[in-house]
Design a protein around this ligand. Structure first.
Ligand SMILES: [Zn+2]
Length: 230
C-alpha cells in the first residue's frame, strides 16, 4: 500500500514503499487557488472538516436506514459500493455523490468499484487516493471539494483499467516529459497520470472553460474516455 502526501513527497514515498503507483490528490497551493477551485472561493461551501468526532455515533436508526437505502441505490445504478473506512458515509455526503455520478457516463463510472470513506491520508493536503486499482478512498479533507475529487479519482481508475488509452494520452500530450504541455492545473503538469485525472475532471465539470484553454485535451477525453461525440 502506498501512502501519499503532497506531491513533492509522493514520489519519494512511492519509492520507499516499493511501488510506482501514486494516485492521490493533494491540495497544493495551486489547486486551492482561484483558478481550480474558484467556486469554493467565491461562494464558500457550508462544509467543515471534522477529524475529532465520529458523527456516525449520533446517527438515529432512521438515519442509518436512509443511509443504507441511498447506498443500495448507488450500487444498483452505478455498481459502486460506498464502503465505510475510518469513517462512514453520511446521508449528506451520499446525496452529494448521487448528484455527481449522473454527470459521467456509465461506461466511465463502471471502472470505479468502490468509494471508501476515509479520515486522513496522512495530511490534510491529501483529498483522495486510489488504493486498489478500482477502489478509491475519499478523505475528510475532500468533503468540501467532493465533486472535483470524486471525478478526478475516477479518472485514475479509468486510466488504470485502460492502459492503451492512457498510453495514447501520453503519446499525444507527454511526448517530452520535460516539457509538459498545457494541463489545466499546475498539479496536472507534475506528471501524465495527474494531467489525465485533472483533464477528466475539467472536461466533466468545467467543459466550457477547458475547451477555450485546451480543445485537444477536451476532444481526447470526450472521444476516448467519456465516449461522447462532438
Ligand atoms: Zn490524482
Amino acid at each position: 500500500m502506498v501512502n501519499c502526501g503532497i506531491i513533492f513527497r509522493a514520489s519519494i514515498i512511492a519509492v520507499l514503499f516499493g511501488s510506482g503507483f501514486v494516485a492521490c490528490r493533494p491540495k497544493t497551493q495551486s489547486n486551492i487557488g482561484a483558478d481550480v477551485h474558484g467556486v469554493t472561493q467565491q461562494s464558500p461551501k457550508p462544509c467543515k472538516w471534522n477529524y475529532f468526532e465520529d458523527p456516525s455515533l449520533n446517527w438515529t436508526k432512521e438515519e442509518k436506514a436512509e443511509i443504507e437505502k441511498v447506498k443500495s441505490e448507488i450500487l444498483k445504478t452505478y455498481g459502486i459500493v460506498m464502503k465505510s473506512g475510518e469513517r462512514s458515509w453520511s446521508l449528506d455526503e451520499l446525496k452529494i455523490v448521487e448528484t455527481i455520478l449522473p454527470k459521467v457516463p456509465l461506461s466511465f463510472a463502471k471502472y470505479t468499484k468502490a468509494f471508501v470513506r476515509g479520515l486522513s491520508g496522512g495530511s490534510t493536503a491529501v483529498l483522495g487516493f486510489m488504493e486498489k486499482s478500482d477502489e478509491i478512498t475519499i478523505y475528510e479533507s475532500a468533503m468540501c471539494d467532493m465533486e472535483e475529487t470524486v471525478v478526478h479519482e475516477m479518472g485514475h481508475a479509468f486510466a488504470n483499467a485502460n492502459p492503451a488509452i492512457f498510453d495514447a494520452w501520453k503519446q499525444q500530450f507527454w511526448k517530452d516529459p520535460a516539457k509538459p504541455s498545457g494541463s489545466p492545473t499546475d498539479y496536472g503538469k507534475t506528471n501524465s497520470d495527474e494531467d489525465f485525472a485533472e483533464s477528466v475532471e475539467w472536461t466533466v465539470l468545467k467543459p466550457d472553460v477547458f475547451l477555450q484553454q485546451d480543445s485537444a485535451r477536451v476532444a481526447f477525453i470526450r472521444k476516448n474516455v467519456l465516449l461522447l461525440h462532438p
